[in-house]
Design a protein around this ligand. Structure first.
Ligand code: MN3
Length: 305
């Protein structure tokens, strides 16, 4: 039996709370019928797999472990359950219209989209470009925020991306209110986004563990340093040294690595820190990849000897 069978969570507000943007009728069908169907089919698909009790996000990162005849049903219905659970919480009748102006999320929005209008325009373009049923998402990849789309009920979690905000662009989400006018629905939906929830998810998004990386020895201006202890001035000076060498034919990679050090110095300057260890882990990992301290991909290069 399903000790921990999935259930549809209650809406955090009344059905009619999001009117006039989204009608009570749409919310009733969407929440009570569509989400319930994903939950029922997810519970049936997981029955007998040994993962009946696993949380949806765990299931969605272990899809390859399911037999081929079960995998599609698990992906579609566990994905549908998780996506909709996030969706209800992403909306509120009391939308502030914006994240906190001086918060970390707004800083990340400025870095990637130049500002909130840029984010809204980009997620709307993504929502409009998703052919057929699917979702447009604001996600965190451990380093920065970006917009992606998924088809059907696929979840960004399967791709290692943390969903911060997702708009459902299946017709069942808007047809009763907007018929085929998806753009009007997207504009209306952006009026009811709960930015406090998005900020909370951003604050809790997983970041890479860079503790080992910060201890690695790197050569900076001819001296060995722990990567975490490299200072802003050292990163700048080392970048300048490497740029002076970059013209040498056999040193093809050096120019790119010099740029990596100057980018790292810029990050330290921008975030007003004096050592690499004080930077956000996502920035540290990104820099380490640009500097070839870790190779492209996710694996760390083991220290020699
Ligand atoms: Mn839906």
């Amino acid at each position: 039996m399903w000790a921990m069978a999935y259930t549809v969570p209650d809406l955090p507000y009344p059905y009619e709370a999001l009117e006039p943007h989204i009608s009570a009728q749409t919310m009733r069908f969407h929440h009570d019928k569509h989400h319930q169907a994903y939950v029922d089919k997810a519970n049936a698909a997981l029955d007998g797999t040994g993962l009946e009790d696993a949380p949806p996000r765990e299931v969605l990162t272990r899809l390859s472990e399911f037999p081929p005849d079960k995998r599609d049903a698990v992906r579609n219905n566990v994905g549908g359950h998780l996506n909709h659970s996030l969706f209800w919480e992403s909306m509120t009748p009391d939308s502030t219209g914006t994240p906190a102006k001086d918060g970390k999320l707004m800083g990340a929005i400025r870095d990637t989209f130049r500002g909130l209008p840029g984010l809204k325009e980009t997620i709307k373009d993504a929502a409009m470009s998703q052919f057929g049923s699917g979702w447009a998402w604001l996600v965190h990849d451990g380093y920065r925020i970006l917009i992606v789309t998924t088809g059907e009920q696929d979840s960004p979690i399967t791709d290692g991306l943390e969903p911060l905000l997702g708009i459902d662009v299946w017709e069942h989400a808007y047809y009763l209110d907007y018929e085929n006018r998806r753009a009007e629905y997207v504009d209306a939906w952006l009026q009811v986004v709960d930015w406090a929830v998005v900020e909370q998810r951003f604050g809790e998004a997983p970041v890479p563990d860079v503790s080992g990386l910060l201890e690695r020895l790197v050569s900076v201006c001819g001296t060995e340093h722990r990567f975490g202890e490299v200072t802003l001035d050292e990163a700048r000076a080392h970048s300048a040294d490497l740029k002076a060498l970059a013209g040498w034919g056999p040193m093809a990679k050096i120019g790119a690595i010099a740029r990596g050090w100057s980018d790292l110095a810029l990050q330290m300057q921008k975030h007003k820190v004096n050592t690499v260890a004080e930077l956000d882990p996502g920035i540290v990992e990104h820099a380490a990849r640009a500097l070839w301290i870790i190779l492209p991909g996710r694996s760390m290069v083991e220290p020699q000897g």
